[in-house]
Design a protein around this ligand. Structure first.
Ligand SMILES: [Zn+2]
Length: 71
């Protein structure tokens, strides 16, 4: 299940919730209980993907990044 991060427009509380995407509209601030939220887009995905990719790549001699001396 994806995690979404929101900032409350009323009290500026920042919080994360884990929920199906179709329920994003039903989220309310846990601090002031209002539903006036701004979604915060985080960029962890590309970082995590890069890390796992280099792990599997290191096991192969034909890895291009090894040949060019990266990592
Ligand atoms: Zn709030």
């Amino acid at each position: 299940m994806p995690t979404y991060e929101f900032t409350c427009k009323q009290c500026a509380n920042r919080f994360e919730v884990m929920l199906p995407s179709e329920q994003k509209a039903n989220v309310s601030c846990p601090q002031c209980m209002c539903g006036d939220l701004q979604e915060v887009y985080t960029v962890n995905v590309s970082k995590a993907g890069k890390s796992s990719k280099s792990d599997s790549c290191a096991q192969s001699d034909s890895c291009p990044s090894k040949r060019f001396g990266f990592g």
